[in-house]
Design a protein around this ligand. Structure first.
Ligand SMILES: [Zn+2]
Length: 326
């Protein structure tokens, strides 16, 4: 299941035909005065910020699947979280507007109703005031075709959002298998729009994903869907961290060994095992400070000779090389 985000909601008129359609979905048709009806663009055939594009045929196939589906918040299907229901859904094709591929712009537009309750009051006020509510739909797509090579993008090796010989890769979504729900997205998903430039060759969505995963205190979704390329990027990141951690541990162990050695030189009465146990619990910073202190103390007890210092020749006496002097 993937979530595809789109567009905004706006109030829609409530006429006889609308009431009749809504009546088909409600056991006891709500009184007209307690109903709020709005239209909502569920998705369109524009390339979205995740580099997905619904084909117009896919939108047409999705339309009947969405009718009757409940709109929820943040893709959280708790009973109390169900806000609105789609009673009508159709594809609208523009006569004048084109999408970025030069095709006639098409959108899947739904009409939804909700009951004017205390709980829904603020929400309805926002839509009436024209405050945009972002919507995302949740559906499975049978075909996801790579715009670069025409193969299934889940297997072809191209990555959405990357440039290949000047062409941007995206996926054309076709053959919807099922539609699950649609949701208002209060907290923008982690693949946020316009998130800075990619670093380390990651796509903007990988970048956004890492940002949300590794920012302390950042809100995390209940459910996180990752693409193969994102898992790949995450694996790379983890492997790099594991290498750094192994090097760090090696360094810490070497430092602990050196501190133990110096401590035993400076304080010969100190049991070596005790010192090893203590060092095993210290951080690199603490070990570094101890190393400095014990090196100074050990030098007082026993002047340490740098390895590079000249040593007297074994068995030789001073001036033994005198014959070589010129
Ligand atoms: Zn491809």
């Amino acid at each position: 299941m993937e979530h595809y985000r789109k567009a905004a909601a706006q109030p829609a008129p409530l006429d006889e035909d609308t009431l009749r359609r809504i009546g088909q979905f409600a056991k006891t048709p709500p009184a007209a005065e307690s109903l709020f009806v709005f239209s909502v663009v569920l998705c369109d055939n524009e390339i979205d910020r995740d580099w997905d594009q619904f084909s117009t045929a896919a939108l047409t196939a999705l339309a009947p699947m969405m009718v009757g589906k409940t709109g929820i918040f943040d893709h959280n299907p708790q009973a109390g979280n169900q806000l609105a229901r789609l009673f009508d859904c159709r594809v609208e094709v523009s006569d004048t507007r084109r999408n970025s591929l030069g095709e006639p712009y098409a959108a899947l537009v739904g009409r939804a109703y909700m009951v004017r309750s205390e709980k829904n009051r603020d929400f309805i006020a926002d839509i009436e005031a024209g405050i945009k509510k972002e919507v995302s739909i949740s559906c499975s797509m049978g075909r996801q075709t790579c715009s670069i090579c025409g193969k299934d993008i889940r297997r072809c090796g191209h990555t959405r959002g990357r440039q290949y010989a000047g062409r941007r890769c995206f996926a054309v979504l076709d053959e919807p298998g099922d539609a699950y729900e649609w949701s208002f997205v209060a907290v923008p998903a982690q693949r946020a729009a316009g998130v800075t430039k990619a670093k380390k060759g990651g796509t903007p969505m990988e970048e956004a994903m890492f940002k949300s995963l590794f920012t302390p205190g950042a809100a995390l979704p209940d459910e996180l869907l990752l693409r193969g390329s994102e898992v790949q990027a995450l694996r790379g990141e983890i492997e790099a961290l594991q290498k750094q951690a192994a090097l760090g541990e090696q360094y810490r162990a070497a430092l602990a060994g050196e501190v133990t050695r110096l401590a035993c030189l400076a304080q010969p009465q100190l049991p070596r095992r005790t010192m090893e146990a203590v060092c095993g619990r210290l951080t690199v910073e603490e070990l570094t400070e101890l190393e400095k202190a014990y090196r100074a103390a050990a030098a007082n007890v026993l002047p340490l000779q740098p390895q590079t210092a000249p040593r007297p020749a074994a068995g030789g006496k001073p001036g033994a090389d005198a014959g070589f002097r010129i």
